[in-house]
Design a protein around this ligand. Structure first.
Ligand code: ATP
Ligand code: MG
Length: 567
């Protein structure tokens, strides 16, 4: 359920929502819709998880009041899990705008109960302790085309199985020596049903249960039973679990005393261009120092996107736009960026910044004179107020707003050419001054006072170009971090490709920009649109009032809404 004050717009229907609507109409589960988001705390959440979060928490909002969504940590794999991940996951889900209320759960809270369910299965003759080695297990399991063969330990008596399982728990056997398996069907065409493992012996310190256990339940065992223990009604997961569904149902049907009868349904995971999304691969990027951390603004993690300046509303909007299907697909990163722009356009305060400055001297503007232009902080939002932007004889403009030899169709500044300075007047470039290496250091210009306020003196053609500027003596220097795609390939890990080979060497450029003076006191975590340049975010970690540091969230050019490029 949401922390938002306004109810969310209803999502478009999709096959999951249709199933749920039919269940509610038929009063299945007494008309309740109880979902869960079940991360394993072995890494930070990424935007793929956001799809699942928006779906599960979204369904709870849409079906209120007889609905809720749990946050459950599926912490059955102690070796890879950590409380750092638990904390970050909670922070990220909250930041996305969702709230699990009282329903924060951990699979590890059910370890005792899950253990007793396993004894129950043994007592029913539905589980046995198996002594095959991992190699033998593989050999006995069969293949997709050949049935498996029964383990020689399959017909142990209930008493012997109970005794061995209890001794597994008591720590009498070394790691990996024995496992508990379900007794289902070694000839099943579905390999997941060929007597899958339920418990393994593993001496590993668990981030919550410490050293209390030396056997741990397998994910495929713990997950459905945890769902059932929480009375989850709809257990929604990604397509790769489709072949696990029969085992899910077998467990829910064969264990007695479960409060709920959850139903598993699968949807396609989110894949994004220019992105890897497996936690293992993201961990590698972090561990090997290819990025500065899980929250590096180039990472597809929620924390990375937050630090880059993406907003929760933008990510939620993106998840709504891509919808839900049963088919694997690849979504365009540009669509996510489109959602980010759409949201920031409404709220990001406007400001002026010149990222790659070149000096302009207006020769006929009086020396020592300063005038102040009153500029709206947010167009169409008078409540956002105005500010004074200083203008004087020396300015900075963007390097690429000048061309010494203008290309065809170039409508900005060039020698002899005229351009309008936004909010001010038109200037003509009279002379280009270079250093001994031939680099442009200064443009000498003149201005025409009759062109103020958009006026065009009679008989003159109006310059087509309008460029932004900052006053040179008033500008502040600020570190600006320009981010590009982390990978050069659309599908960096397609097939067996080594995604580290296609890291974009130009994914981060740090530069010193000239910014209008009001940005000096930018609050860490504030969003801006530097007009004509892009959306920028005062870095919440490194930026301080007085010494701001800005991350470029996204440029202005929108492949999905080309008309914006001209705005
Ligand atoms: P990874 O493959 O990155 O390690 P995972 O599936 O192992 O991801 P979990 O912590 O188990 O990570 O995921 C929690 C939930 O998020 C699961 O229900 C899973 O199906 C869902 N999820 C994970 N990745 C995606 C994705 N790319 N798109 C949609 N849902 C996802
Ligand atoms: Mg998983």
């Amino acid at each position: 359920m949401s922390a938002e004050t306004t109810p969310p717009a209803p999502a478009k229907s999709d096959f999951i929502r249709d199933i749920i609507a039919a269940d509610v109409a038929a009063n299945r589960h007494d008309g309740w819709v109880i979902t869960r988001f079940p991360p394993e705390p072995n890494g930070y959440l990424h935007v793929g998880h956001a799809k699942s979060i928006c779906l599960n928490f979204g369904l709870a909002q849409e079906n209120a009041p007889k609905a809720r969504c749990h946050l459950r940590f599926d912490d059955t794999n102690p070796a890879k899990e950590d409380t750092e991940y638990v904390d970050s996951i909670m922070e990220d889900v909250r930041w996305l705008g969702f709230d699990w209320g009282e329903h924060l759960h951990y699979a590890s809270d059910y370890f005792e109960q899950l253990y007793l369910f396993a004894e129950q299965l043994i007592n029913k003759g539905l589980a046995y302790v198996c002594d095959l080695t991992p190699e033998q297990m593989r050999e006995y399991r069969g293949t997709l085309t050949e049935p498996g063969k029964p383990s020689p330990w399959r017909d142990r008596t209930v008493e012997e199985n109970l005794d061995l399982f209890r001794r597994m728990r008591a720590g009498e056997f070394p790691d990996g020596l024995r496992i508990l398996r379900a007794k289902i069907d070694m000839a099943s065409p579905n390999i997941n049903m060929r007597d899958p493992a339920l418990y393994r012996i593993l001496r590993a310190h668990h981030h919550r249960t410490g050293d209390a256990w030396c056997i741990y339940p397998m994910y495929d065992y713990a997950h459905p039973l945890s769902d059932a223990l929480e009375s989850i009604t709809h257990s929604l997961c990604t397509l790769e679990f489709e072949h696990h569904r029969p085992l899910y149902e077998w467990l829910v049907n064969n264990v007695d005393g479960l409060p709920g009868q959850p139903m598993q349904r699968e949807f396609a995971r989110l894949n994004l261009t220019y992105t890897v999304m497996s936690k293992r691969k993201l961990l590698l990027l972090v561990k090997d120092g290819h990025v500065s951390g899980w929250d590096d603004p180039r990472m597809p993690t929620i924390s990375g996107m937050r630090r880059r300046g993406y907003t929760p509303a933008a990510i939620r909007d993106f998840c709504k736009l891509i919808g839900l299907t049963k088919f694997q697909s690849l979504n365009d990163f540009a669509l996510l960026e489109h959602s980010v722009r759409e949201d920031l356009n409404k709220t990001a305060l406007r400001a002026y910044g010149v990222i790659r400055p070149v000096k302009v001297v207006i020769e006929n503007y009086p020396e020592g004179q300063v005038e102040h232009m009153e500029v709206a902080n947010l167009p169409d939002a008078p409540e956002a107020g105005t500010r004074q932007v200083p203008l004087c004889r020396e300015l900075y403009i963007e390097e690429d707003d000048f061309m010494e030899t203008p290309a065809a169709g170039f409508h900005r500044l060039f020698p002899g050419g005229e351009v309008r300075l936004k909010f001010a007047f038109c200037i003509i470039c009279k002379e280009v001054i270079k250093d001994s290496d031939g680099h442009i250091i200064e443009l000498r210009c003149t201005y025409d006072d009759a062109t103020r306020h958009g006026k065009k003196p009679d008989g003159r053609t109006k310059p087509k170009g309008i460029i932004h500027w900052v006053s040179a003596p008033h500008a502040i220097d600020a570190e600006v971090r320009l981010y590009e795609r982390l990978f050069t390939e659309e599908q960096p890990d397609a097939g067996d490709a080594d995604f580290l080979q296609v890291l974009n060497p130009a994914s981060l450029t740090v530069t010193t920009a000239k910014l209008e003076p009001s940005l000096e006191q930018a609050k860490p975590g504030a969003h801006y649109q530097f007009e004509r340049v892009g959306y920028f975010f005062a870095d919440p970690v490194d930026s301080k009032p007085g010494t701001p540091v800005f991350n470029r969230t996204v440029g202005l050019k929108d492949a999905f809404a080309k008309q914006m490029a001209k705005a």
